[in-house]
Design a binder for this molecule. Structure first.
Ligand SMILES: [Zn+2]
Length: 102
């Protein structure tokens, strides 16, 4: 009886774990996202910047987002006047995309 009961429990536990891991990853992405703008503007504390970079090494989605932001920033520098509206809406879209993945 124990023999078939145990694997089931282990399976349930690992499902919970996967759920938690997914949630944790998402939480880290939201955190990274909240630092992104200030990271680009070099306004982060060294500790914050290090945590941010560490997350980016492991997270392709946020790494892509950073590249997009850097592109936006350099194109803003080229033709000034275009508002931050684009950046803000991109950020919102990215956050939505993260939520959809869940
Ligand atoms: Zn991320």
């Amino acid at each position: 009886m124990k023999a078939w009961f145990e694997p089931l429990r282990r399976n349930q536990r690992s499902q919970k774990w996967a759920q938690r891991a997914r949630y944790e990853r998402q939480r880290q992405c939201f955190e990274a996202l909240s630092l992104l703008q200030r990271y680009i503007d070099r306004e982060l504390d060294p500790d914050e910047a290090e945590a941010f970079e560490k997350h980016l090494e492991a997270c392709r989605a946020c790494g892509t987002e950073l590249r997009v932001y850097l592109d936006i920033k350099s194109s803003l520098a080229e033709r000034r006047g275009k508002s931050d509206q684009d950046a803000a809406s991109r950020l919102r879209q990215f956050a939505m995309r993260l939520r959809e993945q869940e």
